[in-house]
Structures are given as C-alpha cells and as structure tokens.
Design a protein around this ligand. Structure first.
Ligand SMILES: *[C@@H]1O[C@H](CO)[C@@H](O)[C@H](O)[C@H]1NC(C)=O
Ligand SMILES: *[C@@H]1O[C@H](CO)[C@@H](O)[C@H](O)[C@H]1NC(C)=O
Ligand SMILES: *[C@@H]1O[C@H](CO)[C@@H](O)[C@H](O)[C@H]1NC(C)=O
Ligand SMILES: *[C@@H]1O[C@H](CO)[C@@H](O)[C@H](O)[C@H]1NC(C)=O
Ligand SMILES: *[C@@H]1O[C@H](CO)[C@@H](O)[C@H](O)[C@H]1NC(C)=O
Ligand SMILES: *[C@@H]1O[C@H](CO)[C@@H](O)[C@H](O)[C@H]1NC(C)=O
Ligand SMILES: *[C@@H]1O[C@H](CO)[C@@H](O)[C@H](O)[C@H]1NC(C)=O
Length: 509
C-alpha cells in the first residue's frame, strides 16, 4: 500500500527529532502505500506481457452514487481487464474472480497478481481486474486528469465508498450482460485493494460470496494500532540480520556531516548523487524509503514489484552493510545497502534523492490520505532503527489544508467500516473473509492476525512480506508459501461449494 514511493514520503518521521519545529510536517505530504520506483525496462516488459493476460474494456460509470444532484448523474469511463480463457460459462454458473483495484494503474496489479490466473483453471473462473476511479485510465471529468485532479470540488468524488459502489455496479451489470446472474463472485485484493475486498464483502454480501484480503491493514486507523508498529516491524526485519545497529547509528552521522562545511559535497560523492541541491533530510528520506520498501517486499524470490530486487533483499542489504571491505565507513555501507533497492539491475548512473516520479500513477493517494485514509504509521519509539519521532496528526492536517483546503476525517473509516473490537463485532456478523498477512510486512501490524470466526479466518506467515501470496508462482517458492496458497484455495473452494449447495436448494423450492 503505499506512500508515493518517493523519498518525500517519510520525511515527517524524521523531522520531529532533528528539528524542534514542525515546519516540515506542514509541508510534507502524507505517505502513500507502495511506492513507485520501476525501471524503464520493466515498463516495456509489462506492456509486452499484458496482451497475453487479458482484454481491456470500459464501463460507463456514474460519477456519484450517493445523492441525486444533477451533477451526480455525470458519468466517466471505468477501465476493467477481463480474461475468460478458463471460464466455465454462465450455463454452469461458473465463478467470477474479481480483483478490487487499488490506488494505481490496474495493469500493474494485474501483472503482480498471478494467484487469480493460476487458480482460475481449477475453478473454471472468469477473471476481472477493475481499476479504481481516479487512477490509471479511469478518470472522471472526461478522462482529463488535470481537470479531475484540479481541486477538492473534483477530487471530492475520490473515496473508498464511491469505489466500492463502482465495483458493485460494474459487477452486477457485467453479470447481466453475460447472463451469469447466478455465478458466484469472489473478490480479491492486496494492500489497499485488500481493504476494499474485505469491506466489499461486509457491505455488499449480495454481490460477493467471499473475499481474500491480502496484507490489508484495516486496523491501521485511529488508535487501534500503535503508530510505532509500522517502523518497529521494519526494525525487526533488519534486526534479525544484525545490521540494524549500523543503520540506527547512521542518522546522526548523516545529519552532522550535512551541517559541516563541505559535508553535502562529501555526501554527494559517497552516495553518487546527481544533483548538487539536496539536504541531509533528502538523503535520509531516500535511505528510509529504501529500507521500508525493501522490508515490505522482502520476498523469498527475485521480484520487481516496486523496484527490481533479489530474493530476500533485506538479507542482501545487511550483507552489504556488514561487508568487511567497507571497514568503518558508514556511508559506504549505507550506499551498498541502498544499491540493493535502487540499482539492482546495475543501470543507474547516479541517484536523485528528490526523484518524485510516479510511474504507477499513485498520486491520488495523497488526496485519500488527506480525507479518509488517516493511517498513523510514522511514529518511532526507542526500539525503532529510525530516529525517535511522534506521529503528528496535526502535521497531516496542516499539509492537507494547505494542499487541498480540506480537513481530514480521521474517524470516518471506522465509522463506515468498523475496526474497533473487530473480533467481538464480526464474530456473529459477516462471513467468508480470508485475511492474509506476512509478518515481515510492516503493514501487518494493522492487519487481522487472529481468527474471528469459523469463516473469517486469519492466515499468518511468519516469513511472508506484502501480499506475497498473490504473486505469480515461481519454481523456488518455499514450502510455507505453497501451503498458504493451498489453504486459501481450499477455503475458497468451500465457499463456492456451499454457494452451489444453497443455489440448488433455491432452485428446488
Ligand atoms: C488469460 O490468461 C492466460 C495466462 O494465464 C493466457 O494464456 C490467455 O491468453 C489469457 N486470455 C485472454 C483472453 O487474455
Ligand atoms: C476546481 O476545478 C474545476 C475544474 O478545473 C474548476 O472548474 C473550478 O472552478 C475549480 N474550483 C475552485 C474552487 O477552484
Ligand atoms: C453491458 O452491455 C452494455 C451494452 O452493450 C454496455 O454498454 C456495458 O458497458 C456492458 N457492461 C459491462 C460491465 O461491460
Ligand atoms: C482510542 O480512542 C477512543 C476515542 O477516540 C478512546 O475511547 C479509546 O479509549 C482509545 N483507545 C485506546 C486503546 O487508546
Ligand atoms: C575502525 O575500526 C577498528 C576496529 O573496529 C578500529 O580499531 C579503528 O580505529 C577504526 N578506524 C577508524 C578510522 O575509526
Ligand atoms: C549501478 O550498478 C552498476 C553495476 O554494478 C555500476 O556500474 C554503477 O556504477 C552503479 N550505479 C551507481 C549510481 O552506483
Ligand atoms: C485460523 O484457523 C485456521 C483453521 O481454520 C488455521 O489454519 C489458522 O492457523 C488459524 N489462524 C491463526 C492465526 O491462528
């Protein structure tokens, strides 16, 4: 899930400690879920692959599902991807698997969600990936992004509730078109998409029979999850490798160097930075981004989700830090670690700590993080390998008022979807949700980690990272990962067979 991936995202976790005044808070944008560093080569290979995986379609979607002002009746083109190769068809009421799109270009999620393609043949399922409004090509206001993103008047239509209503409308219409009204729909999602999948099951039980919500931190709101949880999990990942002491001790050294005469030049050389204009904070943000996203995507096999990376990249980073060849040169150690994230392909000529490019088009998250997605994750206590700092809600408020003229509604998500006392609340309400979490994923702290009922089930993988279960299989997948997927498939099979059982009874009566 993600903050902009770009370095600016984590600034606010530093500045509290290093500078007493919250100036930075007021200018730093909130963090996005996943981030966005992707090599140009990968873009090409994505484009080349996508034609083999699905066909692209558009649906005329209503702008505002929740009132009847004339403006609400405006429409926009919502993109969805469809693959019917494995579908058993409407006659046999074969299932429909729907991915509830996240905050980015839908192809990116489709390319990284092998689970649907790999399980569809077994279930004879139709596969659909729906793009979230305001992302990718699903842009209201005539498809014009500059207009849609103008100001709060246009961005006001970007919300999770509107997105869920879009998914319901599209699925119902698609089933009608396919004369597949009785086909069971299972929804899937990872990260924010996983939150949407879980909420969709709770809010639209007449549209879906169950949800696989992978790495969905639905409890990372208000005070349900500690604001220190996120960075403490990152720390734990690095602590297991022993290199975290070097990282923990490095911030002060960067700070001191940056403030010395000639210090910026020294940092520029040590980290091969292209530009002359950057600050110690920029560099710290750049390093923090690398550590956090590496922790999130600490997959057991080579990957290319946020950035091309080797298998177990945290281990690789720590190997670079512990490399005896770097002696006591902290900057050389950190540079080696950063290289694992920023230059695994070996194509970088130099680095830009202020690179805010956004190839996955995640920018709308900033608006969401200024309105309803208030997820406190940036606190650092003594345990953290990052400098101590408090989560500052007020900083978010100032940023959002400046950027959009809106005040966040930090209580809305729990009002609309719940979250407090989730066990007690859902034990006798709701059913058929799988919450997967990998404990190496910093977002797992805000996930559902224990079973709620017979059919609201938590699958927890100690060695797992951010929605690792949904990724394409590889021949090197470890046993625990195979087991997770097997368990998920078994549960989904049970939902579907129960559904067919109920359907048969209905047809008899
Ligand atoms: C569906 O995906 C499979 C790969 O899993 C691919 O072979 C097939 O061509 C795709 N079908 C369509 C219609 O895109
Ligand atoms: C917001 O943006 C829209 C579309 O660009 C524009 O028509 C409108 O005047 C803007 N509203 C404000 C308050 O700036
Ligand atoms: C269903 O069919 C109608 C008429 O062809 C079309 O306009 C609409 O987009 C289709 N719905 C979906 C979800 O594709
Ligand atoms: C969380 O906040 C609510 C009100 O905002 C308060 O009633 C509750 O006691 C708090 N819970 C914890 C664990 O701090
Ligand atoms: C480097 O570390 C070694 C042992 O850890 C120490 O003896 C040496 O003085 C250090 N050198 C510098 C320049 O700090
Ligand atoms: C990236 O890696 C390649 C191959 O190891 C190396 O030649 C190049 O100098 C690296 N780029 C930077 C900026 O360190
Ligand atoms: C939840 O229950 C399932 C069996 O239904 C079990 O496999 C799983 O380990 C349980 N999850 C946790 C977190 O205990």
């Amino acid at each position: 899930m993600a903050e902009s991936g770009s370095p600016f995202l984590f600034w606010f976790s530093f500045f509290c400690l290093l500078h007493s005044l919250p100036v930075y808070y007021s200018i730093s944008p909130p963090p996005r879920f996943p981030s966005s560093l992707i090599s140009p080569e990968e873009k090409v290979s994505l484009a080349a692959r996508q034609n083999q995986l699905y066909r692209t379609k558009y649906f005329t979607q209503i702008l505002d599902h929740f009132n009847y002002y004339p403006k609400s009746y405006d429409t926009f083109q919502q993109r969805y991807l469809i693959n019917d190769t494995f579908w058993g068809g409407a006659k046999s009421n074969a299932p429909i698997f729907v991915y509830t799109g996240n905050e980015g270009i839908i192809e990116w999620f489709a390319q990284n969600t092998g689970f649907l393609y790999e399980t569809a043949p077994h279930f004879k399922a139709l596969i659909i990936f729906i793009e979230h409004r305001f992302y990718g090509k699903s842009i209201p206001f005539g498809g014009k992004k500059d207009v849609a993103y103008s100001n709060a008047t246009t961005l006001g239509y970007l919300s999770s509730t509107q997105a869920l209503a879009d998914y319901a409308s599209l699925i119902i219409d698609l089933k009608k078109n396919l004369t597949a009204t009785d086909s069971p729909v299972v929804v899937f999602g990872g990260s924010y998409g996983g939150m949407l999948a879980a909420w969709f099951r709770l809010k639209y039980p007449h549209v879906t029979i169950g949800a696989l919500a992978s790495s969905s931190p639905i409890l990372n709101f208000e005070n349900i999850t500690s604001p220190y949880s996120f960075n403490n999990i990152v720390t734990k990942d690095f602590r297991s490798e022993s290199c975290y002491k070097v990282i923990k001790g490095s911030w002060q050294q960067i700070e001191e160097t940056a403030n010395q005469p000639g210090g910026i030049e020294l940092l520029r050389k040590s980290f091969r930075i292209c530009k002359n204009h950057f600050t110690g904070y920029d560099l710290e943000g750049w390093l923090e981004t690398a550590y956090i996203y590496t922790a999130m995507t600490d997959y057991p096999t080579p990957s290319n989700f946020l950035s091309p990376m080797p298998a177990y990249p945290v281990k690789q980073m720590c190997k670079a830090i512990d490399d005896p060849a770097t002696g006591n040169d902290t900057f050389a150690k950190l540079f080696g670690a950063a290289t694992v994230y920023y230059n695994y392909t070996g194509t970088a000529t130099c680095f830009d700590p202020n690179d805010n490019s956004d190839p996955h088009d995640l920018g709308g998250w900033q608006w969401q993080a200024c309105t309803e997605m208030i997820m406190p994750t940036s606190g650092n206590n003594e345990e953290s390998m990052f400098p101590p700092s408090e989560w500052r809600y007020q900083g978010r408020v100032s940023y959002c008022e400046g950027a959009y003229g809106v005040e966040p509604r930090p209580n809305w998500i729990t009002t609309e979807f719940g979250g407090h006392d989730i066990k007690r609340v859902l034990r006798r309400y709701g059913s058929n949700i799988i919450f997967f979490n990998g404990l190496r994923d910093p977002w797992s702290g805000g996930g559902v980690l224990s079973n709620i009922s017979e059919s609201i089930v938590a699958i927890v993988a100690k060695e797992g990272a951010h929605h690792v279960d949904l990724r394409f299989k590889t021949s090197e997948d470890p046993e625990w990962l195979k087991d997770v997927r097997k368990q998920e498939i078994g549960i989904i099979a049970k939902w579907i067979s129960e559904y067919y059982h109920d359907l048969a009874l209905d047809l008899l009566s």
